[in-house]
Design a protein. Structure first.
Length: 209
């Protein structure tokens, strides 16, 4: 409220208030207590002005999303062996936009994925089998759903482990010589045994005659 003016007319007083935006409001009150009534009118007008300011500011505040959109990059595991796969989940990209996935350093491409209607995605990527064990950063980059017209880049740490599998002991070459020797010895024993048995039977037969 900018100012309040009063004008007495007989037994009544006209109170006129001018608002900051130029609008006016008037009220006729008894002349006996114009100060008290004027104060009440001023308070009422002040409350009305505050309400008008709040209502006027509401559309601007409504333009901002609430709750604020989530932004982040998560993974199913923070450590992985070369050649293994992990699942990446992210939020904050423009709906329907293409997001590029990269392993840094080296700018190793991990593929692309399309964000859903909420700007989220869940995608499984495979770490190349020839990746040297060490500390890396996985990066997801694409159009931002929070600040339209800009690029959103999300990153998180990834450890590539040394997962070499122990080599199996070498197998001895089979020449077959040992097996053949044992087979020949067994056959010879059978033949010798058979000859002894036949010889013994012949001797018993001669004695019997």
């Amino acid at each position: 409220m900018d100012k309040v003016a009063s004008r007495a007319r007989g037994n009544t007083t006209c109170l006129r208030a001018t608002m900051a935006d130029g609008k006016e409001a008037a009220m006729i009150v008894p002349a006996r207590k114009p100060a008290v009534v004027g104060a009440l009118v001023g308070i009422a007008m002040l409350v009305s002005a505050l309400l008008a300011l709040l209502v006027g500011a509401a559309p601007a505040g409504a333009a901002s999303a609430y709750p604020p959109p989530q932004v982040g990059l998560q993974e199913s595991s923070s450590s992985v062996c070369p050649g293994q796969s992990i699942t990446l989940t992210a939020q904050g990209f423009a709906p329907g936009s293409t997001v590029t996935l990269t392993l840094m350093p080296g700018s190793v491409p991990l593929g692309t994925v399309v964000a859903n209607a909420l700007g989220h995605f869940t995608h499984r990527v495979t770490i190349p089998a020839n990746t040297v064990p060490g500390s890396y950063t996985k990066v997801a980059s694409g159009p931002s759903g929070v600040n339209p017209g800009t690029t959103l880049t999300l990153s998180d740490h990834l450890t590539v482990l040394n997962c070499q599998v122990a080599a199996a002991p070498p197998k001895l070459a089979f020449t077959g010589f040992g097996a053949y020797v044992w087979l020949a010895a067994a056959l010879a024993a059978v033949l010798v045994g058979s000859a002894l048995v036949l010889g013994a039977r012949k001797r018993r037969h001669r004695h019997a005659l």
